[in-house]
Design a protein around this ligand. Structure first.
Ligand code: ZN
Ligand code: ZN
Length: 159
């Protein structure tokens, strides 16, 4: 078995895999702090949790455990972290819309909406493509990369 596979996952009793990345996998240059988090100080990037596009696995030294986070939750970060995340988000961009007749779309309304969502994805690192998410205030469809319950226009207007 390739070493990299053995390192990140091993079978548990139910036959699934449990992530076993830990402090030993931390690269100290990949530090960041979290806004609105119960522990201050540096945290470190561990890898890809494979939950939602843009989600990152981090390590908390104080709590001695891993956790998941997104770009918008970061307060400060090293330059190395900034570029690690930038590359990670490009690799995590969800595919553009396609249909059976044309294959991948490169124009049209659906494509333009996807394109706008992907641009915002690079700011939020967040992607929720659950159907029917609409803005609480104006009722407009939310982009998958828009966070929370309000669209960007309504969120910027306060409240
Ligand atoms: Zn912490
Ligand atoms: Zn709105």
């Amino acid at each position: 078995m390739p070493r990299a596979f053995r390192k990140i996952a091993k079978p548990n009793r139910k036959g699934g895999a449990v992530p076993i990345l830990s402090e030993k996998d931390v690269d100290k240059k990949l530090w960041f702090t979290l806004d609105d988090h119960d522990c201050a100080g540096e945290h470190y990037i561990l890898g890809n949790p494979h939950t939602f596009p843009g989600r990152i696995m981090g390590w908390c030294t104080k709590k001695q455990k891993s956790f998941f986070f997104s770009l918008v939750e970061i307060g400060e970060m090293s330059e190395q972290t900034r570029y690690w995340i930038k590359g990670f988000l490009y690799g995590n961009e969800p595919d553009q819309p396609y249909n059976d007749e044309e294959g991948k779309l490169f124009s049209g309304e659906e494509y333009e909406r996807w394109f706008e969502a992907v641009q915002l994805f690079h700011e939020t690192g967040h992607w929720n493509d659950m159907e029917g998410r609409v803005c609480d205030t104006c009722g407009k469809d939310l982009l998958p990369s828009e966070m929370g319950v309000r669209c960007r226009d309504c969120a910027e207007g306060g409240a």
